[in-house]
Ligand binder design. Structure first.
Ligand code: C2E
Ligand code: CA
Ligand code: CA
Length: 323
């Protein structure tokens, strides 16, 4: 008991062997420490034996950490956009903004790696702030080009979603740049959608302002149903892993069909992500999925390329002939 609270300590252990993992005290402790880091990375409360590849991984992570701060400050991170298509009409109705980082020495660093590190070292707030500003500037450009109808989706990290300043950051940015609130969509993963009061109020405030919220990677978390009971969201974005198997696995097809029906009954729009084939699209169309995103339509592309596609009056049927 500590100050009236019951604390339950757990333990993570890193293990190194003499002499394989090091022949001096320093080398052994360093190896054990690296293994400890891996144990924590795998979810804590467990042990890990040292492996040489951990050192490479730790070294890479260290390099990314070193350069990421600079990258955020110096605007080395760029945004690409992937279109979202209305499945019934074949028209582009929105885009998702995705970060890219190309470092002169490290090369292309995956957002899966650098977003996680940005979260861990406290950089996700300045990064997201910059992303929101850049997205709003881009929306203003698209507006001036005559494409004011599309929305832009921005990914928000779970921890940042809980930040007290997030809602005002979003509204200030939209207002300063003159962007309508209903043209911004936020994508948050299910882990964010825990039913605590703070989360619920953030969702409600966004909803009241007309900003849409989508649950990203829907179906992969373990809180789907309890979250839906309490949440006030607008969109469910069915995870790519379901779309990957939708043609080959009957169970998956039933699950996707059920998610779409359930979502519709609750008043949500449904997005399917990671659509790669026309057959997947046709099936999703039959299942009455609302919106599609994936390489079938386009990989993430630059803002300029997106303007060109929007200007060309893109329709899916023009790509596939008989949509
Ligand atoms: P996500 O939000 O689930 O984004 C979708 C990812 O799937 C993107 O990968 C996209 O390029 C990829 N993708 C889309 N359609 C297809 C397809 O048909 N086939 C295949 N194989 N892949 C497809 P990306 O850009 O590598 O992003 C990975 C993840 O990194 C994103 O997953 C998102 O969680 C995160 N991320 C990217 N940018 C940001 C950001 O600005 N902020 C935050 N918080 N996270 C970001
Ligand atoms: Ca997303
Ligand atoms: Ca996703």
């Amino acid at each position: 008991m500590l100050a009236g609270r019951k604390l339950v300590p757990t333990c993570s252990i890193g293990i190194a062997h003499y002499p394989a993992d090091g022949d001096s005290l320093n080398a052994l402790i360093k190896a054990a420490d690296t293994a400890l880091y891996e144990a924590k990375d795998l979810g804590k409360n467990r042990y890990s034996f040292y492996e040489s590849e951990f050192t490479e991984k730790a070294e890479y992570r260290f390099q990314v950490e070193q350069h990421l701060r600079e990258a955020v400050e110096q605007r080395q991170i760029t945004l690409v956009y992937q279109p979202q298509i209305d499945i019934a009409s074949g028209e582009i109705i929105g885009v998702e903004a995705l970060s890219r980082w190309h470092h002169p020495q490290l090369g292309h660093v995956s957002p899966i790696d650098f977003i996680k590190i940005a979260e861990q070292i406290g950089l996700i707030k300045p990064l997201t702030e910059w992303i929101l500003q850049t997205v709003c500037d881009q929306m203003a450009v698209w507006n001036s080009e005559g494409f004011s109808g599309i929305h832009t989706a921005v990914n928000i990290s779970p921890d940042h979603f809980l930040d007290k300043g997030l809602v005002s950051l979003i509204t200030d940015t939209l207002e300063t740049k003159g962007i309508a609130f209903d043209k911004l969509e936020l994508e948050v993963t299910e882990s964010t959608v825990q039913t605590n009061a703070q989360n619920l109020s953030a969702f409600q405030r966004l909803k009241d302002l007309g900003i849409s919220v989508a649950i990203d990677d829907f179906g992969t978390g373990y809180s789907s149903f309890s979250s839906l009971k309490h949440m006030n969201v607008d969109i469910l974005k069915i995870d790519k892993s379901f779309i990957d198997d939708i043609l080959t696995d009957e169970k998956t097809q039933v699950l996707v069909s059920s998610m779409i029906k359930m979502g519709h009954n609750l008043g949500y729009k449904i997005i399917a992500e990671g659509i790669e084939s026309y057959a997947q699209l046709q099936l999703l169309q039959q299942l009455q999925c609302d919106i599609g995103q994936g390489y079938l339509f386009s990989k993430p592309i630059t803002a300029k390329e997106m303007s060109a596609i929007l200007g060309s009056n893109y329709r899916v049927r023009e790509v596939e002939g008989s949509f």
